[in-house]
Structure formats: structure tokens, C-alpha cells
Design a protein around this ligand. Sequence first.
Ligand code: MLT
Length: 407
Amino acid sequence: MSRLPSIDVTVYPYECDAYGHLNEAAYLTLFERARWEALARGPGADIFARHKLWPAVRKATIEFRAPAFPGDILTVDLHLEKLGRTSVELRQSAKRAADGVLLAEVHLVFVMVDGKGNPVAMPEEVAAVFGGRVSTMPGEMVRYDVGRVTLAADVRGDGPALLLVHGFPLDRSLWAHQVATLAGWRRIAPDLRGLGATVAPDDDYSIAAYADDVIGLLDRLRISRAVVAGLSMGGYVAFEMVRRYRDRVAGLILCDTRADADGVEGRASRDAMIAVAQEQGVSVVAERLLPRVLGRTTQLTQPHLVEQVREMMTRAPVSGVVGALRAMKERPDSTPLLPSIDVPTLVVVGQEDEMTPPAIAKAMTDAIPSAAMTVIAGAGHLSPLEAPTAVSRVLAEFLEHVRDTVN
Ligand code: MLT
């Protein structure tokens, strides 16, 4: 089964032929209507336009089983038959909603073509819609020695650079969907020191050290400027880059983050969390954080994602977790920096983010000249993971808008 929803379509009298039922031409139209409706409810009917390709039909074969008449409601499902590099074979079935009787099936072969009609490789986001898999770890991991640490990173695609910095206590797989889908950009998602596949030193953790590491990575990749996307702690790193490496930052995407430093209470709760990590282990830290980082909707509707984030947090080594907590506790206040930010900036926040709620995102947006803000419905603090398609779409639009500035 594909990831597209079932669609109920009503058979209208004007669609039926002289015998009063749907003929094959009408069935083709009805199946097509259901496909576009499913795309509109799922990843967006503009998914092909976003990737600058078009699914050209090469073959369509209808099998009639029983007639459909005006007023019948048909439930149309889409099944993946075969996924190739540039092509996809699909089967759509239409069942009468009233009794579940299979009325017709169509077998379709599509080839993805560019504007000139030439076949093109199917982007992972498109393949995922049809039921292909987007891996949770984007693969193509490389390791770069950047001084005191060797950073693991996913590096994919060509074009202007987009650096994606994860939050705490997470890793680069937070950005898996964006790494897989933001075509036309060179996507670079590192694991910060002490997290993911980047080896953890015992000490020397600070937001400044994280920023130095990712600048070292850009140097190794010979990238002079990048749009920097940072989620939560990754946002603190992005602010540090603006503070100390301003000419390397071509644009900012501030995702579920905040500019101010920890207050007295915040610092005390960092110390308490450090004690928990050291005395009870990272799995206890994960259990405390999970209900706060994931939105209500995700907790209710995406149990597999709750599990994925639990695993991601639990595989972090104690030294990396303690180091990050100390780094965040000591981070500087970036509020005074906000009015001086003069690169294109997008603020993204999950509607259900309890850690850095939309009100905080709004205040941050207001303080940055010409920043725009987008609220992601049904997502919490980890919006790129909880609502990957929506976040990737918002990022793609922003990136397209700033492409000329960045180049
Ligand atoms: C994060 O997601 O990176 C953390 O929530 C940031 C923080 O605790 O300040």
C-alpha cells in the first residue's frame, strides 16, 4: 500500500455513458481525480512541481469487474506494484463503499520526466509517497577530521550549501527528510561532538566548540557560505556562527529554538539533568524529555516516531549528553544579536512546541528585521521529524526564495 490515503469519490450522472454506468474513459478520469485528491491531502498536489518533474503516463489498463452507477460512492486505494529509478507502476482499485465489492482496477505505468520530457531519477520524497522508503538515517555518511574531533555527517546533493544542525540529545537523523528531499541544495547534516556517530570527548563542550566544529566541516568541504538551519540547541549554534563567523552565514532557519540564555531556574534544572544522566543513565533522561519534546498529536498518532526518538536519545553517550547540558547552561544570551541579523531568516515552530512555544518564536521573529515565521500544525519541538513533509515544503519555499542571495 502507498502512503496516500484512501479516497471516497461519488459517481455523478454526467460521468456515466448511454448505458448509465462508468465506461473506461470515465474510469480513467475518476481514478485520476482520486490520485490528485490523495496527493492534495497528503504531501501536496504540488509535489511534482516542487521537484521540477512530471509523472508522464506510459500505460493505463482498466479491468472492469462490476458496473458503477450514479450516486455510488467508490473507495479508491493506491497500491505500489514496482518502483524503478525513473518509473513507478501503480494499481488503483475502486470498491463500492456500501458493500466493499471490487468494481474496477487500473494498472498504471508512470515515468518521471523533466520539462523537456526526458526521464529523470525519482527523488526520495516522491518515491516515499508511492510507498518507497525514506531511510531514517539518510546514509552517505562521511567522516571529517576537523581538529580535536572527527565529525560524522551526511552530505548530499549539489547547489548552494544548507547546513542542518540538530538539537539535544539528538543526531543528524533529525533532518533525514530534509536531507533526502531538498533537491538543488548541498545538504550537510553533521552529528555534533558527543552525539550520533561523532565520537565524544570527555570534556571541552561549549556552544562555541560546536560552532567551531561545523565551521571546520564547511572548511573541509570548501564551502565559504551556507544557509544555516538549527533546531533548538542547533539554533544556539547558529546564533554563535552569526556572532563569530558572520560572513559564513548566508541565511538562517531558526527551528523550534530561542535566543535568550538559561535563567536561574533553567541552570538549576540543567544541573539536575546532569546528575540524572550520570547517576541513572541516558535512558532516564530520554524518558523525562520524550513527553516534552514531542507534540500531543505525535504522541497520540505516531507511536513509531516516539520509539525512533527514544532510540535516538538513548544511543547518545553520557559524556556527550552531559557535555551538551553544560554547553547549553553556559550559553550566551543571543537576544542582543537579533536586531543586527541581516541575512534572510525564517523562523519555524511547531504549533504544539511546549519547550520553545510559538509565542517565543514570534518574539524572536519580531526582533529580527525582515524575518518571517511559519507555524507547523500538529508538531511539537521536533517539527522536522514530526511533520517532515510540511517542514521540508516550508524550507524548500524559503530556500527557493533566497537562492539568488545565497549564490
Ligand atoms: C534541544 O532540543 O536542543 C533542547 O531542548 C534545547 C534546550 O534544552 O535548551
